[in-house]
Design a protein around this ligand. Structure first.
Ligand code: DGL
Length: 271
């Protein structure tokens, strides 16, 4: 039986993580859940994010989706809500958090940039990551909501609006000693081509996609799901269908998206 892996994000950003997991586990059954009614998460409070994700857990349970691994493919949600969520469910949860540790090891100039949402930048989880793994380097913090919007537009139009990207990056005034940029938001790899162009390919862009795919493999093995790190004999290499859920109407690669509502009493932060 192939494992059911659910990948969650506020929007389309988590597809950059999903892509890596699919490469490692091509015989998995996938669902992708986006809470796009509340996008961008980067502007929400920790309390609202925890409530939305609690709603997701209730949805998984009431719909009896039998999820083997839940991947919170959103740095903002992971840094805000991971520990609270793990208290509420027995489903193994893999979170995506900024790749500070490898960045610190890879930087030669000892200057690393973290590019993330405002909520991720100011979260105590991120501060803890920096004090634990970023001691030997200076971590410069840059928060942007606009880059999330640009990534959503780029995903739909398949074209990066370079002048808007340049304007936003210019406004962040990134320290010119930086040689590694941590893409601390799963939306940002969608902009990788434009980012490389902006930095003249002089910096290394780091995201957590491959590390997460490896972690999901390890969890499936540890949790005895019957999955082993080789292709299912019946798989024949074809990709299993991917089921999309969204909380606001959207088209994804012309695939049908199931519109769902999460139980959430908090309405006051929705604009
Ligand atoms: N993709 C999400 C992340 O990794 C953030 C996007 C948002 O602000 O909703 O942080």
């Amino acid at each position: 039986m192939s494992p059911h892996i659910m990948v969650f994000d506020s929007g389309i950003g988590g597809t950059t993580v999903l892509k890596h997991i699919q490469q490692y586990i091509p015989d998995g059954r996938y669902s992708y859940f986006m809470d796009n009614a509340y996008l961008p998460y980067g502007k929400l409070s920790q309390q609202t994010i925890i409530q939305r994700l609690t709603g997701l857990l209730i949805f998984i349970e009431t719909q009896q989706l039998h999820v083997d691994v839940l991947v919170i493919a959103c740095n903002t949600a992971s840094t805000s809500a991971l520990s609270a969520l793990r208290e509420l469910t027995t489903i193994p949860i893999v979170g995506v958090v900024p790749a500070i540790k490898p960045a610190a090891l890879l930087s030669k100039s000892q200057h690393v940039a973290l590019l993330a949402t405002p909520a991720t930048v100011k979260s105590s989880y991120t501060q803890q990551l920096i004090s634990q793994y970023g001691q030997a380097v200076t971590v410069h913090l840059y928060a942007s909501v606009e880059l999330v919007t640009l990534a959503e537009q780029t995903y739909q139009s398949k074209k990066i609006i370079q002048d808007k990207l340049v304007a936003e990056l210019d406004s962040l005034v990134i320290d010119n000693r930086v040689d590694v940029v941590v893409l601390g938001c799963t939306h940002f790899p969608i902009l990788a081509k434009g980012l490389n162009e902006y930095f003249n390919s002089a910096v290394l862009l780091l995201d957590s996609g491959v590390a997460i795919a490896k972690r999901v493999c390890a969890i499936l093995t540890e949790h005895n799901t019957g999955w082993s790190n080789k292709l299912d004999a019946n798989c024949k290499g074809e990709k299993k269908p991917l089921h999309y859920y969204a909380t606001a109407s959207i088209y994804i690669d012309e695939q049908p998206v199931e519109l769902v509502t999460l139980i959430d009493p908090t309405q006051n932060e929705k604009s």
